[in-house]
Design a protein around this ligand. Sequence first.
Ligand code: FAD
Ligand code: NAP
Length: 463
Amino acid sequence: MSKKRVGIIGAGPSGLAQLRAFEAAKKKGFEVPEVVCFEKQSNWGGMWNFSWRTGVGKYGEPIHGSMYKYLWSNGPKECLEFSDYSFDEHFKKPISSYPPRPVLFDYIQGRIKKDDVRAYIRFDTTVRWVNFNEATKKFEVVLDNLKDDVTYTEEFDYLVVASGHFSTPNMPYFKGIEHFPGQVLHAHDFRGADPYRDQDILIVGSSYSAEDIGVQCHKHGAKSVTLSYRTNPIGVNWPEGISEVPLLMRFEDDIAHFKDGSSKRYDAVILCTGYQHKFPFLPDELRMKTKNNLYPDQVYKGIFFNELPKMMYLGMQDQYYTFNMFDTQAWLARDYMMGTYKLPTKEERRVDMDKWLRANQKLESSFDHVDFQTDYIKDLLSLSDYPDFNVDKVAVMFKEWLKDKDEDILTYRDKTFQSVVTGTMAETHHTEWMDELDDSKERYLYMDESNDEMEFTMEKNTL
Ligand code: FAD
Ligand code: NAP
């Protein structure tokens, strides 16, 4: 009998977690299905694979990446550590709790390189369309080989959608914005704070992108940053130079007018107004339809599409937990695909989903959100053999992180935390975050503190 085939869409942290999960089973002696992962970019890592481009890539595909120069982890690395591949194992020495993007990208790659799974990934390949054939019970996946400009179709028994959901901008309209004379862009196209030096910047939104892009612009020399909120302000102790105002109502030329009657002139506007879950390759009957939230409807255990559980989604919830959550999902999805985890009936699944949805609706504070996602991870951990980790301790760290940000948004990244995987206490970084203008891996890891020079001894990342 031929092997079952699994298709994975996307080689970001979620798709890579799925590949790793199968490799872990293989190492334990299990026979695994044939796995193929499709990635439209030329490299793995998803968001963490920085793109200098905006708009479209070299083959005309919409650019996936939303990360920017000078992006540092916005949560402690101890909250996202893989429990089967620690920071100690990768870096061989303690590092700080808030590494910059290239360092986390390196960490993600370290685990997956150990398994040599690159051969399972078809790069420069976009999933264009999916059809579920009721007669054969297989997914027919239409693929574009972008390099050779060839379109072809393959069949799979299971499909894992790991295509991310922070890539397609939500772009609201504000009256008069079309006449604003300066630059107007969405956070998705922000590639670094340098262009905004000495400028007055308006940011719309009050979540993580607004907070971090605002702070980045401040750090790299913007004259002023105004954050405009719709529902709730971020409400931290802002330093001089950053302020929060109620919702933007309209523009008159370069003057923005706000709900509280105030107004101000700006050089540039950055819409940090979130993203849309967008699956242009999926038909109605297979497509998750949701806003960004902690428990999207339609998926049992946050993974299995209830109408057709052979179709799985990874990483589609709003995220406190990231890499370790994708792992716990991928391990369970793997066990289902390998027949070692049996799903309850559709009706039973619906009852369970409704229970979580009701709990989600009752959440009020950020602490509640952390606790909710902590419970979700615990539930998943109880169902697979993903190496257990102290999730309650991670929840405590998340709450400390929230408090640290409230106290001082400019220094919270200088704090350190203890790993729940190895017990290692993080190092204090050699330079305070506000003074650190270089986010390269070389400077981060190899600065020689005695003479202030860097040792470029480490092999450069050639990918
Ligand atoms: P993604 O990383 O988005 O990867 C999805 C992959 O699918 C991409 O490689 C994409 O090219 C591919 N793909 C999409 N469509 C197709 C298609 N049709 N065919 C083929 N391939 C396709 N998390 C943290 O833990 N810490 C942080 O500091 C942090 N900072 C962030 C900063 C920003 C600006 C953003 C937007 C997110 C940040 N995140 C952070 C969250 C981040 O989304 C997750 O860490 C993680 O990247 C999600 O992994 P993923 O694999 O689910 O999705
Ligand atoms: P988000 O968390 O979904 O927040 C969207 C924001 O847009 C909310 O504040 C929302 O306000 C606002 N908004 C939506 N429509 C609006 C409208 N019409 N008018 C005014 N405001 C509107 O999205 P995000 O902030 O882009 O974060 C996405 C992900 O990126 C998160 O996982 C985050 O951790 C990550 N990130 C990380 C870093 C880092 O430093 N490492 C930096 C940036 C982003 P309401 O509250 O009113 O809905």
